[in-house]
Ligand binder design. Structure first.
Ligand SMILES: *[C@@H]1O[C@H](CO)[C@@H](O)[C@H](O)[C@H]1NC(C)=O
Ligand SMILES: *[C@@H]1O[C@H](CO)[C@@H](O)[C@H](O)[C@H]1NC(C)=O
Ligand SMILES: *[C@@H]1O[C@H](CO)[C@@H](O)[C@H](O)[C@H]1NC(C)=O
Ligand SMILES: *[C@@H]1O[C@H](CO)[C@@H](O)[C@H](O)[C@H]1NC(C)=O
Ligand SMILES: *[C@@H]1O[C@H](CO)[C@@H](O)[C@H](O)[C@H]1NC(C)=O
Ligand SMILES: *[C@@H]1O[C@H](CO)[C@@H](O)[C@H](O)[C@H]1NC(C)=O
Ligand SMILES: *[C@@H]1O[C@H](CO)[C@@H](O)[C@H](O)[C@H]1NC(C)=O
Length: 248
């Protein structure tokens, strides 16, 4: 990513006007060459997800990753954090001709229903934020196939069932937010394999049993919230080896 030039905040304000406060698509690209296009399977997946949730299709039904220079100049991670609805793309693939969706955020959008299976086609997804909606049903095992995932945040929904052990396949996972849902059963021992994990929120659910001993491997853990559950046993000794822990 490039530094922003030391200019007045004009591009930021222009971007707000162009895209509106409620919907923003962000672009990360490294070249001014031919207009890149988004992977068609990902476009169809996004359309299907937005249709299912009764939301306007991103990009006005056109390409959801726009080729707009003013957006490319912004610090996309800051912008992504600032909106309740956003799509983050990287258009640097295939000599900057192809965009892949690397972030999807739909927070507080009154979204109803289950985690949509079309997400399985967003194979480049690194950030998925669906917090504070009305999602029900299970967390499907296919999420464990989204191997680029870094931040998966589903807090404040009504998701239920057990947490699939396939989440342990997510080697890049930094943040897992499952707080304030209706999950139950034990925390999967396989999650101890996601050794990049720094922030784990499992509070306010119906989790039971002991904390898995495999969590001893989560040596980068900084934030662990587990209150308001039905967990049992002692506070494990291995937490003493979580030397980066700041919030428990
Ligand atoms: C962009 O924002 C992120 C998150 O706040 C920050 O860590 C990073 O240094 C920023 N990058 C630039 C180039 O300003
Ligand atoms: C975008 O993708 C390219 C190609 O994989 C990669 O080199 C680059 O680091 C990515 N940029 C961001 C901001 O993720
Ligand atoms: C994924 O994309 C392929 C190709 O466009 C399509 O055939 C398939 O139905 C999609 N899967 C889902 C779950 O949407
Ligand atoms: C994960 O991907 C593999 C390989 O494409 C596939 O065989 C498997 O069924 C997928 N798992 C789930 C839970 O969708
Ligand atoms: C919570 O999940 C259980 C099944 O694990 C289900 O019986 C119950 O209805 C759910 N409660 C809510 C409020 O969704
Ligand atoms: C833990 O964090 C350090 C510093 O950020 C990083 O170098 C290391 O790869 C991380 N360990 C794992 C297992 O991800
Ligand atoms: C909490 O766990 C205990 C066993 O450890 C069990 O007897 C009890 O029914 C559980 N309560 C709830 C609300 O799940």
């Amino acid at each position: 990513m490039r530094m922003l030039p030391a200019k007045p905040p004009f591009p930021f304000q222009l971007a707000l006007v162009v895209f509106g406060l409620m919907e923003l698509a962000l672009l990360v690209r490294s070249s001014q060459a031919a207009q890149p296009t988004t992977d068609p399977a990902e476009v169809q997946a996004l359309y299907a997800i937005f249709d299912r949730w009764g939301l306007d299709r991103p990009g006005g039904g056109g390409d959801p990753c726009p080729d707009v220079d003013v957006v490319a100049k912004l610090n996309s991670s800051i912008m992504f954090e600032s909106y309740d609805q956003a799509i983050l793309c990287n258009c640097s693939y295939a000599q900057s001709t192809t965009c892949h969706v690397i972030g999807l955020k739909l927070q507080r959008k009154d979204v109803l229903g289950r985690i949509p299976e079309e997400l399985a086609n967003l194979t480049y997804l690194q950030n998925l934020y669906l917090d504070r909606n009305y999602l029900t049903g299970p967390l499907p095992p296919f999420i464990g196939n989204l191997s680029a995932m870094r931040r998966l945040s589903l807090s404040g929904n009504a998701l239920s069932g057990t947490v699939p052990r396939e989440l342990g396949n997510l080697n890049e996972l930094i943040l897992l937010g499952l707080g304030t849902n209706n999950f139950s059963g034990p925390l999967p021992p396989e999650l101890g394999s996601s050794s990049s994990l720094q922030h784990l929120y499992v509070d306010s659910n119906g989790f039971s049993g002991k904390l898995p001993s495999t969590f001893a491997q989560l040596s980068n853990m900084t934030t662990f919230w587990a209150f308001d559950n039905n967990l049992s046993g002692k506070i494990p000794h291995f937490m003493g080896s979580w030397t980066k822990l700041t919030t428990l």
